[in-house]
Ligand binder design. Structure first.
Ligand code: SAM
Length: 188
């Protein structure tokens, strides 16, 4: 048994370097890289969340180019990755797409300790718990990370990915997503 494990990339509300709530711009890299990681680890969906319509249209253009455009024929594997991409305006749309908030368990991620966390080993177990049919939504932030409001609405926070030497910890969201998915669903 493997619980559904959608990934979501949040562009608002996230924080900037001063802790202010901001909306970040979509980067093409995040669209492709997280889609490839999500497909590799068999995540059912990859939600790109953006409140601004023009930004959602940009993501749709990228997706269409790689699923139906010239590149789809050139690189079929990428088409497969981007076919799981879903573009929504906010977290409520993510819950709705998955059957409603009661049908999902939400795990936020962060580079620093921000509250009671789930260890990766625990997360791995919970993802194969046959008694819980809820999807587990993994939330990744942009900018300097998810805003407090997003952490507060999550059920748990996944433990930060750490090196043995904790003096420097500034992974890109692309790297963080791939490492987290491998720890949760990588072959052992
Ligand atoms: N803006 C940069 C970028 O391009 O990725 C760096 C910040 S990155 C977007 C911050 C997000 O990446 C966090 O909200 C979290 O989802 C994830 N992240 C970064 N470092 C992490 C770590 N050590 N453990 C877990 N998640 C991490």
């Amino acid at each position: 048994v493997r619980r559904r494990l959608p990934v979501a990339l949040v562009h608002y509300p996230v924080v900037d370097g001063h802790g202010a709530i901001v909306t970040t711009a979509v980067t093409n890299l995040d669209v492709h890289d997280l889609a490839r990681s999500a497909r590799t680890y068999d995540c059912s969906d990859y939600f790109v969340i953006h409140p601004i319509e023009a930004q959602r249209e940009l993501v749709l253009r990228i997706r269409t180019h790689w699923t139906d455009g010239s590149s789809a024929k050139r690189i079929p594997d990428r088409r497969e990755a981007l076919s799981r991409l879903r573009i929504v305006s906010g977290l409520d749309e993510v819950w709705d797409a998955l059957g409603g908030r009661a049908c999902v368990e939400v795990w936020a991620t962060a580079a620093r300790d921000i509250g009671p966390t789930i260890a990766f080993a625990q997360g791995r177990e919970r993802l194969s718990d046959p008694s819980d049919s809820r999807a587990v939504v993994l939330l990744f932030g942009t900018g300097w990370g998810l805003a407090q409001g997003v952490i507060a609405l999550s059920d748990s926070v996944l433990e930060p990915i750490r090196a043995t030497d904790e003096s420097y910890n500034h992974l890109s969201v692309r790297a963080a997503c791939a490492i987290a998915l491998d720890r949760l669903r990588g072959a052992r």
